[in-house]
Design a protein around this ligand. Structure first.
Ligand code: PA5
Length: 443
């Protein structure tokens, strides 16, 4: 019997027969034909080493380096302050929120994803820098938000522990050879971790970028790569029709090119996966929002991602999804078994409004909420699908991240765009440098 995939994708409510607007089952063979070609191309690029993130599950040496350094840092310090933005921030946040074991590992704090002085002051006021390590993460080594925060924290750290001792507190995760941060790290003698040159920021959560903070937090990071490896193995082995990430991409593509659903909603039903939605939002937005295709033609492609949370956003977003424009594809994430459960007590057996829920496990309620929402959406003609993972563990979180990375790469192929650059970020950066008076930049 074939092994059950770690992530199952139920897309039965994605088709017009159930959902009204969009594309229909009749379109499926043509979609699978296109996906077959995409799969071949991705496998070719993988074999040629042209898509760096495919090598992530094999990064055993980097993993051991991360684990060894994290073990040392955990012994020496109580708090880890992670300083990064975008792809150098969101992956670690998602992993740690989902998986940090309570009462174990370092207390991990995040800063540098904004230049809000109040936020930075609040952090400084609440951390004892003598017992804190700083993990500055910047692949380019040149990004103003984390680098400015780092310069400030470094300054305060030196005031507390002295110039000579401060270097022991800093771990720089950056390009192996170039960039401002690499220069600073070499000048100061900081410990460093390399960001793989061929893996872009938003695809780097499962590299040193996300794994080191996660390991410091006490997450068994090996499991993350094992989960990613399972998804990769399945992608390589299965035809397009059996590939969750490809089908996910194909359905989004078909809806998008028909001019219907161009908004992608990801709605995990688990508080622990809240930040996974924010991580996915960047991956999908920055990778697929492109003015030009790969031949230079102006296309203005992109699918707008929304990070929602079930059941919370049933009381904030679902009204819009059920009755608003027919522009959304909703994907739920369902967790088979929670890490713990509780039951609703029965203090009012005679009051129907309270008695009907008596004795129900909360896991049963949250599953029912997802199912009910999916059905309501479908009946209102709103396509939706559900990704189910058996639990929330390093293996399934790594698998989910890799699933979305493959799906994003596949979307890049389908849309014929470069999913790995971000030219649209540059213009604002240059304007900011000009406004701040950096040499060589003008408005
Ligand atoms: O996906 C990306 O490449 C970006 O979001 C980057 O991660 C982000 O701009 C931060 O860049 P850096 O790590 O160079 O500071």
């Amino acid at each position: 019997m074939p092994k059950k995939p770690l992530i199952t994708y139920d897309h039965s409510l994605m088709f017009a027969a159930h959902s009204g607007e969009g594309f229909s089952q009749d379109d499926a063979p043509e979609m699978l034909r296109k996906l077959g070609a995409v799969r071949q191309e991705l496998l070719r690029l993988k074999a040629a080493g042209e898509i760096g993130f495919f090598s992530i599950p094999d990064a055993g040496r980097e993993l051991r380096r991360v684990e060894t350094l994290a073990a040392a840092v955990r012994k020496e310090f109580k708090t880890l302050i992670v300083i990064g933005i975008g792809g150098s921030d969101l992956g670690a946040r998602a992993i740690i929120r989902a998986l940090k074991p309570s009462g174990r590992g370092m207390d991990v704090r995040f800063i540098g994803a904004n230049t809000d002085p109040e936020e930075i002051a609040a952090l400084l006021g609440s951390v004892d820098l003598r017992r804190a390590a700083l993990n500055i993460i910047s692949k380019s080594g040149d990004t103003i938000e984390p680098m400015s925060a780092f310069l400030l924290l470094r300054d305060r750290l030196i005031k507390r522990v002295g110039q000579r001792r401060h270097a022991r507190h800093v771990i720089a995760t950056t390009d192996a050879e170039k960039g401002t941060l690499r220069r600073i790290a070499e000048t100061e003698g900081y410990r460093t971790l390399p960001v793989p040159a061929d893996i872009g920021g938003r695809f780097s959560a499962l590299t040193t970028v996300g794994l080191f903070p996660a390991a410091c937090a006490g997450v068994p990071v090996k499991g993350l790569l094992a989960g990613a490896g399972e998804v990769l193995k399945e992608f390589v082995a299965e035809p397009a029709s059996g590939s969750g990430p490809l089908i996910f991409a194909g359905l989004h593509y078909e809806a998008y090119v028909r001019g219907f659903q161009h908004v992608t909603v990801l709605m995990p039903y688990a508080e622990a996966l809240r930040d996974l939605g924010a991580w996915f939002r960047q991956l999908w937005a920055e990778s697929l929002g492109k003015k030009h295709d790969r031949h230079g033609k102006v296309v203005y492609h992109g699918l707008t991602p929304i990070a929602a949370l079930g059941a919370t956003d049933q009381h904030s977003q679902i009204q819009l999804y059920n009755e608003g424009p027919f522009d959304k594809l909703v994907t739920f994430i369902e967790v088979g078994k929670f890490r713990g459960d509780l039951r609703v007590p029965n203090p009012y057996p005679d009051i129907e409004g309270a008695a009907y829920m008596a004795g129900l496990p909360f896991s049963r309620i949250i599953h029912a909420e997802r199912e009910a929402t999916a059905l309501a959406l479908a009946r209102n003609g709103r396509p939706n699908g559900t990704l189910t993972v058996p639990d929330i563990s390093p293996r399934t979180v790594g698998a989910l991240m890799f699933f979305f990375q493959i799906a994003t790469a596949a979307m890049g192929e389908l849309l014929d765009i470069n999913a790995y650059d971000q030219p649209g970020v540059e213009e604002g950066k240059k304007n900011m440098y000009a406004i701040l008076g950096r040499t060589g930049y003008n408005l």
